[in-house]
Design a protein. Structure first.
Length: 260
């Protein structure tokens, strides 16, 4: 029977509280960024939860610290605002048994505001299919990630220079290395409402950062993808304006071409 371990990226959390709040039912590694982090690792509460306090910033660094210490056959990436469903371990195991060729499986979550399209069927994904999903939905075979030296970007995501996108770059790297990614229609948890660590509105920085990200994801097609995104989502940022958004995206695309 394959083992399952949750890898949690947290910020300023308490070891006595977070595992219960997340309803963890398997082994877990929690990497907690805090102002007075001692860069130390300890067992917390139940012996199955390993807790680490770190001073380094960035969600990618956080996930990589947990990934480096992982030991299970299957790892689940998680954030502190996720509460797992009863029996998620069984759901995850059964999914990987049903899809023996899968290296990465994206599961479903429920959201406090609703409105997100559920995963309706099993299907293999390419980069465009992956981009609407975040890392907190992801289960992966640890051996596959280590064989291909897959880690998370430390330039993108909460706490870094560029506000988001570390999950999309993770998917890109998996696909580049030939790993198989599938969507799977089973809910493994619920996201609790918490303030975003990076999103401050549809403003100059948001669109600039997106431009930099798209330059990395689509070296030859970032302009086309960026324009399509701006046109499709223009009602969301009507106050900022389509022209302003596109100019910021273009600046980001040029910055990404020059280097991060």
């Amino acid at each position: 029977m394959e083992s399952v371990q949750v890898l949690v990226a947290a910020v300023e959390q308490e070891a006595a509280v977070l595992p219960r709040k997340m309803h963890l039912q398997t082994g877990a590694i929690v990497c907690n960024q805090c102002r007075f982090g001692a860069n130390s690792v300890k067992q917390s509460g139940a012996d199955s939860v390993t807790w680490g306090d770190f001073s380094a910033r960035g969600v990618g660094r956080n996930r990589n610290e947990a990934l480096r210490r992982a030991e299970a056959d299957i790892v689940l990436f998680a954030d502190q605002d996720l509460t797992y469903a009863d029996g998620y371990e069984k759901i995850v195991r059964e999914a990987f048994e049903r899809l023996p060729r899968a290296d990465v499986i994206i599961f479903d979550l429920t959201y406090p505001e609703g409105g997100r399209k559920p995963i309706r069927r099993i299907r293999r994904l390419g980069i465009l299919g992956c981009m609407r999903f975040g890392a907190a939905r992801v289960g992966a075979r640890l051996a596959s990630l280590r064989e291909k030296h897959i880690t998370f970007s430390t330039d993108f995501g909460g706490g870094t220079k560029y506000g988001s996108g570390e999950d999309s770059l993770f998917f890109r790297d998996c696909l580049r290395e030939g790993l198989r990614i599938y969507a799977y229609p089973a809910v493994i948890g619920h996201l609790r409402p918490e303030p975003s660590s990076w999103f401050t509105g549809y403003n100059e920085k948001y669109f600039f950062d997106k431009g930099v990200l798209w330059s990395q994801l689509f070296p030859h097609g970032g302009w086309a993808y960026g324009l399509a995104h701006c046109l499709k989502q223009r009602k969301r940022y009507a106050d900022f304006g389509l022209v302003s958004a596109w100019r910021a995206v273009c600046r980001g695309l040029r910055q990404g071409k020059r280097g991060l």
